[in-house]
Ligand binder design. Structure first.
Ligand SMILES: Nc1ncnc2c1ncn2[C@@H]1O[C@H](COP(=O)(O)OP(=O)(O)OP(=O)(O)O)[C@@H](O)[C@H]1O
Ligand SMILES: [Mg+2]
Length: 231
């Protein structure tokens, strides 16, 4: 579905990603893990076309997407929820959601009903301003907004960051439902190990700009956790 081949990225001449290879199969949930500053967000920004790689290739459904701007990538099926959520605080929940629908068809409007079914809490808050929602509710709003674009791949950057444990569980259940009820693949960047263990099919571990381990989630051993994940 989505593939990164030997991606290298530099900021101001210093190498940040050093040949990243990553594959996301259809309908699977891949968790990209690693400590602070190893290059996880840079990897996602490269997928979305916000950052230009020096080398390597990103393909979606077998098609190279190097030439496409971020908005074209979004239309082609990449739904992105950036780190820190990025909702519009002065727009209502409904308006935040409708922004995704602006250029869309009636068929996609019926999608709003389905998406709200995944996030019942938002249904009760359609007229509230985004800025007054709790962190967890804002995260759900950001995910719902990305879901409305009908993505093939949903890309989430640390959705549990700064969120209460009970809401983390709720977000985990929602991701499992998306996996079960839709054909959407999910790429999740996450530092919270238990969350990854709960939702992921496949893990990738990154350290200093390169993938240092990957495999099915049940093969994520204590040695890898100790070496690359715990602080
Ligand atoms: N715009 C930028 N210009 C220069 N350096 C940057 C820029 N953005 C990130 N970096 C550096 O690139 C490295 C990787 O950053 P990145 O944000 O990809 O890490 P991360 O794994 O997402 O970290 P975190 O877990 O803290 O979110 C870091 O050393 C960071 O300081
Ligand atoms: Mg990051």
């Amino acid at each position: 579905m989505l593939q990164l081949n030997d991606i290298t990225v530099s900021y101001d001449g210093s190498r940040i990603l050093r040949g990243v290879n990553l594959t996301i199969e259809k309908n699977s949930l891949v968790c990209l893990m690693g400590r602070n500053g190893v290059g996880k967000t840079t990897t996602l920004k490269t997928i979305m076309g916000v950052v230009r790689p020096d080398g390597g290739e990103v393909t979606l459904d077998g098609e190279p997407i190097a030439g496409f701007k971020p908005e074209v990538r979004a239309r082609k099926g990449l739904g992105y929820v950036p780190q820190g959520r990025d909702i519009f605080p002065n727009l209502t929940v409904r308006e935040n959601l409708e922004i995704s629908l602006v250029a869309n068809t009636r068929a996609e409007r019926s999608n709003l009903v389905k998406v709200l079914d995944l996030f019942p809490v938002l249904k009760e808050m359609l007229h509230r301003k985004g800025g007054v929602l709790s962190g967890g509710q804002q995260q759900q709003l950001a995910i719902a907004r990305a879901m409305l674009t009908n993505p093939k791949v949903l890309i989430l950057d640390e959705p549990t960051e700064g969120i209460q444990p009970n809401i983390i569980d709720l977000i985990g259940e929602t991701l499992l439902r998306i996996k079960k009820e839709t054909a959407i693949s999910i790429l999740l960047v996450e530092q919270y190990l238990d969350f990854c263990l709960q939702v992921a099919d496949v893990f990738y571990v990154m350290d200093r700009g390169a993938i240092v381990a990957n495999g099915p989630i049940d093969k994520l051993g204590d040695d890898i956790v100790r070496t690359y994940l715990t602080v």
